[in-house]
Design a protein around this ligand. Structure first.
Ligand code: FES
Length: 109
């Protein structure tokens, strides 16, 4: 179910925030030149918060040990065993919406 996460201006270009409601998965939402992306915010290594990582060329680097995750697919570019989930995200009516129940793992080609 879509949930209103943030006002649009709360995530400017290059910005990222974490959205979590209740027991749902915390979702990291990122705005890059290529648009909005949402991934499971818990790094599969030791649970660091990915929204605090650096983003470069569509890849977020975990702030703790720099494991790289492709924002579009959730693929860990270091090791496919650590691929993570992505979530539906959209911008509408001046807000950013996310579906924390809609997580999916993108299959490798
Ligand atoms: S906690 Fe993310 S790479 Fe170690």
């Amino acid at each position: 179910m879509w949930q209103k996460a943030f006002k649009s201006e709360e995530i400017p270009l290059g910005g990222a925030r974490c959205f979590q409601e209740g027991d749902a998965v915390p979702v990291g939402i990122f705005r890059t030149r290529d648009g909005l992306f949402a991934v499971d915010n818990r790094c599969p290594h030791y649970d660091a918060e990915l929204h605090l990582g650096e983003v470069e060329d569509g890849v977020v680097y975990c702030p703790w040990h720099r494991w790289p995750f492709r924002l579009k697919t959730g693929h860990c570019t270091l090791n496919h065993r650590f691929d993570t989930q992505t979530f539906p995200v959209k911008e509408e009516d001046g807000h950013i919406w996310v579906d924390p129940e809609g997580g999916k793992t993108t299959p490798r080609e």
